[in-house]
Design a protein. Structure first.
Length: 180
């Protein structure tokens, strides 16, 4: 377990476990501190292959959308991760590709297989920087982060919006029960 300070964001705790017997590895990232009053949405236009090297902290409460790829990761998917945008996209590829083609490929009809093959080709194009895309990270706990390479100045390719959490989001997070 190690505490890491992310400049222009906050401290996070990185927990890493490796089993000496079987080789199983697990990494988990947690943010600390009080729960903010608002959630946060970060929108980044990835226009250059160098953008793929930006750090990203995706908390377990963060949903991630890339409209150009028709990719929508609900909160909880992949758990908490601290990596680069390229690393996160590679993790999405590995997890999805492994599940789609190992578990269902025998029973998959040709049209579905073609759609998945096209999706993974487009995802590979994004990973390699051949196509631009928009990454939208929405976190009701404002515990996720995408590196602003221009910090402390504004990033011309990034929009940060704070938002009021919905009643349902507060309910999912157990916050409605905490209010006195």
């Amino acid at each position: 377990m190690k505490t890491v300070n992310i400049p222009h964001f906050k401290d996070v705790i990185i927990m890493s476990t490796v089993c000496e017997h079987c080789g199983f590895k697990s990494n988990e990232v947690k943010t600390g501190g009080e729960i903010p009053d608002k959630g946060r949405k970060v929108i980044l236009k990835v226009t250059d292959p160098e953008d793929l090297a930006r750090d990203i902290l995706k908390s377990e409460t963060c949903g991630l959308v890339i409209p150009e790829l028709n990719l929508d990761l609900t909160p909880g998917t992949l758990g908490g991760r601290f990596t680069t945008i390229e690393g996160l996209l590679n993790q999405v590829y590995e997890e999805l590709h492994g599940r789609v083609f190992s578990e269902t490929s025998d029973s998959m009809d040709a049209e579905t297989k073609t759609r998945w093959t096209s999706f993974f080709a487009k995802l590979q194009d994004a990973i390699s920087g051949r196509i631009g895309f928009t990454i939208i990270a929405e976190d009701p706990l404002a515990a996720s982060y995408i590196q602003n390479v221009y910090a402390p100045d504004n990033d011309p390719n990034m929009i940060i919006e704070d938002f009021e959490r919905t009643h349902d989001q507060n309910e999912d997070l157990g916050l409605n029960d905490m209010k006195a």
